[in-house]
Write a protein that binds this ligand. Sequence first.
Ligand SMILES: Cc1cc2nc3c(=O)[nH]c(=O)nc-3n(C[C@H](O)[C@H](O)[C@H](O)COP(=O)(O)OP(=O)(O)OC[C@H]3O[C@@H](n4cnc5c(N)ncnc54)[C@H](O)[C@@H]3O)c2cc1C
Length: 465
Amino acid sequence: MGRSNHSQVIIIGGGPAGSAAAILLAQAGIKVLLFDKDKHPRYHVGESGILSLPFLLQLLGVEDRLVNLGVKRKGGVFFDWNERWLINWGATGDYTYHVERSEFDHLLLKRAQECGAQVFEEHKVKEILFEGERPVGVKVENSKKEKDYFCDYLIDASGRSALLARQYFKCQKPLKAFQNTALWGYWLKANAPSTLAGFEDVDGYSDEIENPITISAIPNGWIWGIPLHNKTLSVGVVLSQKYYDSVKKEMSKSEIYSRAILESEAMKDLLEPACLVSPLRMTADWSYVTEKWAGPGYFIVGDAAVFIDPLLSTGMTSAMLSSVTCAACIKEIYNKKIAPEKIFQFYGTDYRRRFWRLSFVIGALYAAKGHPSDLFYKTHCLTSKDLEGAAYDDIKRSFSSVISGLEDLKEVTASELQKIAGDRLRSSFKEYINIVPKMPYLPRNDLELIFEPLGLEDAARFAEK
Ligand SMILES: Cc1cc2nc3c(=O)[nH]c(=O)nc-3n(C[C@H](O)[C@H](O)[C@H](O)COP(=O)(O)OP(=O)(O)OC[C@H]3O[C@@H](n4cnc5c(N)ncnc54)[C@H](O)[C@@H]3O)c2cc1C
């Protein structure tokens, strides 16, 4: 304030989280600067969306542009997980997208610029500047020159660099259950799941299912198969770190990758006529959660706040939803109707709740033995729906609603937060009892005030459709 190079908001990172926040804040007339260390378009992993994605894309004004790129619609999930079963969103006409992240992230960044955010590519944030405990700006490097920029609010959207949580606040906690290594590559001429023998008999089948992602369990992890509009199938193998460490001395990366694929009957069949047309990529795939979400001078969004195993393809969409809530919160801070402390508390509470529920569902999938109905039932317990008399279709619908992100959209407006009490979490997930956080929910009025300006009531209606 009163400094040169001062803006209301500075955003570190131009991935989906950073751009989504920049779009909404700039549209609200807030002065925003966004710095990304890379030049876009740039490669990024994480290509498959969930059902709440189209709603967010509409809110950000980019769905039509994405469709014009020719991206593939995704109508569900084909689980080859003990048994074969489908979550089929196509049956109710719902869909989401698989995207190539280089063009998706670029599209969002250009939209942020168009809305009035000042975007600086190839500008790396070298340091976060503090006054006491409050972040007040950043030191940025471009072409070997450094410059300081100051702001009222800093949004950390730096992805897995997690600048604030890891490097400054040192409040990032690993989730020990999900410490994995991921290896992936791109295949041409792969079969579609619909060509697999007996696919019509799979639970949840209808011929409307469009381009489902394939998720296949193997002894030491799982595999994804994502059909992209460039005609490749993105095939990633996620292996427990323990297993990976035990074999990496005797086997090359490509041998580990191929052996994992051969352990999955479904993936073997999908790739039978296909050839790998890219180098293999690899990353440590370790889940974590921040203990600080927002406070005086800052908000943490997307992977900079939490990373959860990509089993349910939730990362990019959840990152964008966190930025939607963050933008709503910052707008409300400037509106001065709600005390900032309450807004910080709301942001952290809402985000934490979404993160933990998803972690439980993914944990349950990892542990799932036997019929998926057990998994559906556990997920049903994590929603606010009645337990008594729930039929198989009801509990399967609850699973679909949680993994599609629609339950999250519904709850951010519907103060159903209070009903999802800790007791129910505890009774269903005794094994996780020690990590269930306390969830002090806020009263409904605060939620309405915060979300009304962004039109999230529409999200709730959409979710209830
Ligand atoms: C193996 C794997 C598979 C995945 N599969 C899926 C999937 O199928 N579906 C899905 O939805 N998600 C998936 N994800 C998760 C997904 O990739 C992330 O959740 C998503 O990219 C998060 O978006 P973000 O904007 O928070 O971070 P990012 O997309 O990582 O963006 C962060 C940005 O910050 C910039 N940055 C970092 N440090 C600095 C700095 N110091 N200065 C300036 N800029 C900086 C980076 O250049 C980058 O552009 C997967 C992740 C992994 C690891």
